[in-house]
Design a protein around this ligand. Structure first.
Ligand code: NAI
Ligand code: OAA
Length: 256
């Protein structure tokens, strides 16, 4: 199968470098002008290829700019920047495009675990779902958190947001896409709560997911290493994207 990649940063580079059996990476769309190897910054050059699947590892803007084109061109679309779907019109547009072309919009597990139990539990009905994301202050640089608190001066954990995912994932587009994935898997963007914390004691990302429903309850916690290329992104995300891309052409699918 033929794969396209949008974005060549902390996640995309690792997907490109990974061994992908039965998958041929044919082109990588980047933002800054570059014309080397598989990389191109020209969307028309990228979309001249016929893909079976395109994986987005670029950002919210890339989902809205290219999602429809990917699906209309007959490829499945794997989205890491799931928080882009806090825009319901965009989400509906891409779902409609996927349906019309008989392709799929795929939200990989990426930086969060337990989406399997959460989506199973959603079948029977959920009562409450909370995602808590804790990262060190440097991860919140360049975000709206800088207007709320002196990140460099923090000596104790500081909650920069506590509320519905629809708002939190829009306000922190590079940091809490995982909350949007959990919301779409479970109670939805308006009823899922996200708590976002800048914690100066941390050197890792700590993500917790708590859910209650007719199935019972679960608590999931991960304490993950930070990517060397981007302090906002956990190392697990690139690993997960490689896993999800490999699954596209794999005979054995675990945790589908
Ligand atoms: N679902 C999840 O668990 C996670 C999702 N993400 C999402 O993945 C995105 C990428 O993460 P990283 O690789 O860490 O970021 P990064 O900043 O290291 O790399 C992003 C790459 O995408 C490129 N890019 C940005 N906009 C583009 C566009 N419109 N067209 C083509 N290329 C474009 C950039 O030039 C850069 O090469 C994040 O912005 C975030 O939205 C990130 C971490 C976890
Ligand atoms: O890797 C992480 O910490 C999660 C992340 O950035 C996101 O969900 O956008």
């Amino acid at each position: 199968m033929k794969l396209g990649l949008i974005g060549y940063g902390a996640i995309g580079r690792h997907v490109e470098a990974a061994g992908l059996e039965n998958i041929e990476l044919v082109s990588v769309l980047v933002r800054r002008p570059r014309q080397e190897g598989l990389l191109t910054h020209e969307p028309d050059r990228f979309f001249a290829h016929k893909f079976d699947a395109v994986a987005e590892c670029a950002g919210h803007e890339a989902v809205s700019m290219y999602g429809q084109r990917v699906l209309e061109n007959g490829a499945d679309f794997l989205v890491t920047s799931v928080g882009a779907f806090t825009d319901t019109a965009l989400f509906d547009r891409l779902l409609a495009a996927a349906k019309a072309s008989g392709r799929r919009l795929i939200l990989p597990s990426a930086g969060i675990g337990a989406l399997d139990i959460l989506s199973s539990a959603a079948v029977g009905g959920l009562e409450s779902v909370t995602v808590t994301v804790r990262k060190d202050p440097s991860a919140w640089k360049g975000t709206i958190a800088e207007t709320l608190v002196d990140l460099d001066g923090l000596t104790a954990p500081y909650t920069v947001f506590d509320g519905p995912v629809r708002e939190g994932a829009r306000l922190y587009p590079q940091n809490v896409n995982i909350s949007a994935a959990a919301a779409i898997a479970g109670l939805g963007l308006d009823k899922t709560r996200v708590v976002i914390v800048a914690d100066p004691a941390l050197t890792t990302h700590i993500v917790e997911l708590e859910a209650k429903g007719t199935f019972g309850r679960f608590t999931f916690m991960e304490d993950v290493a930070v990517s060397e290329e981007n302090r906002k992104t956990g190392k697990l995300v690139a690993m997960a994207m490689v896993k999800s891309v490999r699954q596209l052409a794999s005979t054995l699918v675990v945790a589908a």
